[in-house]
Design a protein around this ligand. Structure first.
Ligand SMILES: C[S@@+](CC[C@H](N)C(=O)[O-])C[C@H]1O[C@@H](n2cnc3c(N)ncnc32)[C@H](O)[C@@H]1O
Length: 213
């Protein structure tokens, strides 16, 4: 007999998406130059989670690593704006950052979200002060090398949100297996850092929420 308490995860996630408020839409969602590879956004449910964390924490200083077209930056900016918060979003590719700036301006968030074109791994070494929330969604190989500096940059009780943490158990193409191994090492790193309290959630490609003690 089927377990009456079991549910099908893809069906459950689709149901949750149907209940959630309409997602932020970007004005520009495609770049005609197909040599520029656009990577997926954090997705609608993860967006709902980060929105909620920013609003609950009344977070005013936010770091977004890996801007892409600006989806997560817009979600964070919209959540931070009511309390006068600011988002610094870092993107390595100037061509993608240009489109993200367009999207952020169209969303009316140009005064809230700043895009820095830089290699995030180097840029975070130069940042001053602390952040109430950091979203890590940059290059997967960089997650672990960046972890200790990001912990330093978090204020006490600040949140580190990491996307794609379920890569190690997903059916990724062979070309992406290196990322899966990098993320597995990162997950072990999150687990071993005594300053962090972390939960891993099966949302999208996996989201880890860590709070700094
Ligand atoms: C998965 S996408 C980010 C999606 C975004 N968080 C969203 O939800 O809309 C990752 C982005 O990180 C950027 N990236 C890769 N390596 C980077 C680096 N070293 N520094 C900054 N950005 C980087 C890529 O160009 C890409 O646009």
């Amino acid at each position: 007999m089927a377990d009456p308490l079991a549910y099908d995860m893809p069906r459950a996630l689709a149901y949750i998406e149907s209940l959630q408020r309409a997602p932020d839409r970007l004005v520009v969602e495609e770049i005609p130059d197909k040599t520029i590879r656009i990577q997926p956004t954090i997705g609608m449910i993860a967006a709902g989670l980060v929105d909620l964390l920013v609003r609950c924490g009344r977070t005013t200083r936010i770091l977004d690593i890996g801007t892409s077209m600006g989806y997560s930056a817009c979600v964070l900016g919209r959540a931070a704006r009511p309390q006068g918060g600011r988002v610094l979003s870092i993107e390595v590719d100037e061509r993608i950052a240009r489109v993200a700036r367009e999207n952020i301006a169209a969303a009316g968030l140009a005064d809230t979200v700043e895009i820095l074109v830089a290699d995030a791994k180097a840029a975070i070494r130069e940042l001053d002060g602390r952040f109430g929330l950091i979203l890590q969604d940059g290059h997967k190989d960089d997650y672990l090398p960046m972890l200790d500096r990001l912990i330093e940059l978090l204020e006490p009780a600040g949140c580190l949100i990491s996307d794609d943490v379920l890569f190690p158990v997903m059916n990724l193409p062979v070309s992406a297996m290196g990322w899966a191994r990098a993320i597995d090492r990162y997950n072990q790193g999150l687990k071993s850092r005594s300053q962090l309290h972390t939960i891993w959630l099966p949302i999208g490609d996996g989201i880890a929420v860590s709070v700094k003690a």
